[in-house]
Design a protein around this ligand. Structure first.
Ligand code: OSB
Ligand code: MG
Length: 371
């Protein structure tokens, strides 16, 4: 498939509810959508999930924009590719910038799916038809507010509650939830806000809430202390920010830093790398699940298809756009079934239609890359 042109657009979807984490409040979300055009008239879409500031990882929407515009897409346009491997090889000189690389790669997967008239699920080797979905509760102003939010999520059908925690807001929310709902699947996400030196006892004593896992309590580069923590607590440790590629997963597994890995396509630089991590984790008895970055329906479509691979056994962060945004650029968008699962499309291509009018309506910046 010859790539004749690439386009990048910043989509600013209105958010009705901010999402507060240990690293700060997300109340505005700009997403970069990559479009690749082929000689025979196809368009493939991908998404680069970033935040405005480098508070979760090193990337920002602006750094991602520059990496796509100046470094990645100029190496892709005007060339002919038959496989994803040859596509990513064309910009293999680019290090880091995982969300930027993932957006380009996803757009190529979308082209492949159209060309082969098959689903992303089939291309990725998916085996599950329905994915269990959970929802995250951000840091709230009070326990009452937290309990009200959890109550509504459980009524919506979400099958697992993830609580954002930080030093000073951990035992209180988890104890309150456990008191009201002793049996629900519950987990906590520390977003790198703790250190073992200062918080070992606080973290270990979270055991009493019977958490499905504790996600990324310590710094992203701290494989050693995560391993120490995992050896001292019965709660499975899950790594998110720490895992940017297969080598990080190998390091974590060799050291015993985690029993679970949160896989996000943007954080690991694309679906190929995500599949390598999935396969390696599966071989080594580590389970995985599909995390999210409050993507649009485009990014969610790729995560949903990937989550149908066999080692994805925990509830996914794949809530429908209505939880945070007033609108989306796909139609109909993810549908949460009453049982708390989302069906993985078997239809060819993305499995969701992109609404061109909405794309246009929410585009705040646009750039074209031609040979
Ligand atoms: O740590 O998983 C995280 C959103 C932005 C940055 C980091 C994280 C998150 C979420 C959102 O938890 C989950 C979702 O997309 O539904
Ligand atoms: Mg996380």
């Amino acid at each position: 498939m010859k790539i004749t042109k690439a386009e990048i657009s910043i989509i600013s979807l209105p958010m009705h509810t901010p999402f507060e984490t240990g690293f700060g409040k997300i109340s505005h979300k700009d997403e970069i959508i990559v479009a690749l055009f082929t000689e025979d008239g196809m368009v493939g879409y991908g998404e680069s999930a970033t935040l405005s500031h480098p508070v979760y990882n090193h990337e920002t929407t602006e750094s991602c924009w520059l990496a796509l515009k100046n470094s990645i897409l100029p190496q892709v346009v005007g060339k002919d590719f038959d496989t994803v491997e040859s596509f990513v090889a064309s910009y293999a000189n680019i290090v880091g910038n995982t969300a930027a690389r993932a957006g380009a790669e996803c757009a190529f997967w979308h082209l492949l799916a159209q060309k082969q008239n098959t689903s992303l699920k089939a291309l990725f080797g998916g085996v599950q038809s329905n994915i269990m979905v959970g929802e995250g509760v951000g840091i709230t102003n009070s326990t009452e507010e937290l309990l009200g939010t959890v109550e509504s999520y459980l009524q919506d059908g979400f099958r697992r509650i993830k609580v954002k925690i930080k030093p000073g807001w951990d035992h209180e929310p988890l104890a309150a939830i456990r008191e009201h709902w002793p049996d629900i699947k519950l987990m906590a996400d520390g977003n790198s806000q703790y250190s073992l030196a200062d918080h070992a006892q606080t973290l270990i004593s979270l055991e009493k809430y019977d958490l499905e896992m504790i996600e990324q309590p310590l710094a992203s580069t701290d494989f050693v202390d995560h391993a120490t923590l995992q050896s001292q607590t019965a709660t499975p440790v899950c790594l998110d920010e720490s895992i940017e590629n297969l080598n990080d997963a190998r390091t974590a597994i060799a050291l015993g830093s985690c029993k679970v890995i949160n896989i996000k396509i943007g954080r690991v630089g694309g679906v190929l790398e995500a599949m390598h991590i999935h396969d390696y984790a599966k071989e080594h008895g580590v389970t995985v699940w599909s995390g999210g970055m409050l993507e649009t329906g485009v990014g969610r479509a790729f995560s949903l298809a990937l989550a149908s691979k066999p080692a994805f056994v925990h509830a996914a962060d794949l809530s429908p756009y209505q939880m945070y945004f007033t609108d989306d650029i796909t139609a109909p968008g993810l549908q949460l079934q009453k049982d708390g699962y989302i069906a993985v499309p078997d239809s060819p291509g993305l499995g969701f239609d992109i609404d061109a009018a909405k794309m246009k309506q929410y585009t705040t910046r646009h750039h074209c890359i031609e040979p």
